[in-house]
Ligand binder design. Structure first.
Ligand code: SF4
Length: 358
């Protein structure tokens, strides 16, 4: 195994990408990079990494920020729960560690949103601990190298994989070796059919020797995404010529937690008929004054990891501001709403809608 570690280390020295978060051992910056990279690819994530650190250069600035500001900087990355967890964990670091970001696995794993992989990545890179950080890249490489049909849902199989990975880390620099394992899976031992002719492990890779590369690693059963149907009810009116809308803040136990959108009817049955747009039953009390005009948008599709959202927007133009506002909603002028954290779906709609209120 020691030889394998040396081969891997040399491969990494030659082939590793020059990425901004590899130039630091600051655990705060490494943490931010790891969370962003769980969400997106390197090329898309790099501008977010720079923007996030420019806005929140250290853990104290992140902890003292408002949720809205954190969500705003995260906007476009998706899976907003990660941003909320970042914010909560930053507060934990300030309250429990005096603002000094921990570097030991046992402390990191207690922070909100930090799982086994992220804790291991930070602890090895910034604290020098020999704990393996196993992501999909590492799993793929090791399962092929040793021809292992491990079940990713099995705790004992995962423990076994960790033991194998630890063998690579018995070197003087476990942080670099962890990075090298991840990078090797990302660049060389790629999904599908990798270029095994160019691989430094070709001679001893059991999957390659036995012709079963594309069968490994064993994949979990595919999760069928659930489709949800949203009909947003969009009350619009003008005050002194400026468009206003009714909005609400989303609950914490659903997608887009704490972000802002419009009152909503949700169904799991799909949009049933064309006349829906002319006979809406929103379940939301109609505000006074009455609607003077209404129209339905086209359907917007928004794909999340395990959910597909099909959304329509029923616009209801009022002659003046509603006297009574439905519970949980509040009035806001459209320009101010533009500045609030909101789902990308809503931003897309606002960009396309054109706000034809005449
Ligand atoms: S020989 Fe092919 S399958 Fe084996 S580790 Fe190298 S790239 Fe991966």
């Amino acid at each position: 195994m020691a030889d394998n570690a040396a081969v891997l280390r040399e491969w990494y020295r030659v082939h590793s990408r020059d990425l901004p978060w590899r130039k630091t051992k600051d655990p705060y910056k490494v943490w931010i990079s790891e969370v962003i990279l769980q969400q997106t690819r390197v090329i898309q994530g790099t501008p977010y990494y720079h923007r996030f650190l420019k806005t929140f250069p250290d853990v104290k600035s992140l902890a003292s920020a408002t949720v809205e500001k954190v969500l705003g900087v995260w906007e476009g990355l998706g899976y907003y729960r990660r941003a909320l967890h970042l914010h909560e964990a930053a507060r934990q670091v300030v309250e429990q560690h005096g603002g000094k970001f921990p570097v030991h696995y046992k402390d990191l794993i207690r922070l909100k949103g930090i799982g086994d992989y992220t804790a291991a990545a930070i602890a090895s890179l910034c604290g020098g601990e020999a704990v393996p950080a196993i992501d999909g890249n590492v799993r793929r490489f090791l399962c092929r190298l040793y021809q292992l049909s491990l079940n990713p849902a099995s705790a004992s199989d995962n423990q076994y994989l960790k033991k194998i990975a630890v063998g690579f880390l018995q070197h003087h620099d476990p942080g670099t070796l962890n990075q090298a394992l991840i990078e090797f899976g990302a660049l060389q031992c790629t999904p599908g059919l990798p270029d095994c002719q160019m691989c430094p492990f070709q001679a001893e890779c059991l999957a390659c020797q036995n012709g079963v590369v594309e069968l490994l690693p064993v994949r979990p059963g595919r999760i069928k995404p659930k489709t949800r149907y949203f009909t947003y009810i969009l009350y619009v009116w003008r005050e002194n010529g400026i468009p206003f809308v009714l909005i609400r803040q989303r609950a914490t136990k659903d997608i887009w937690a704490k972000m802002y959108d419009f009152p909503l009817i949700e169904s799991t049955e799909g949009f049933t008929s064309a006349e829906y747009g002319t006979k809406p039953d929103s379940g939301i009390p109609e505000p006074e004054p009455a609607t003077v005009r209404q129209w339905m948008s086209e359907t917007y599709i928004h794909q999340l990891t395990h959910q597909r959202i099909e959304a329509r927007f029923l616009m209801k133009q009022l002659s003046a501001a509603p006297a009574l506002v439905p519970q949980g909603c509040f009035k806001i002028n459209l320009m101010e709403f533009r500045g609030l954290a909101k789902p990308r779906l809503i931003s897309r709609f606002l960009d396309n809608a054109g706000w034809d209120l005449r």
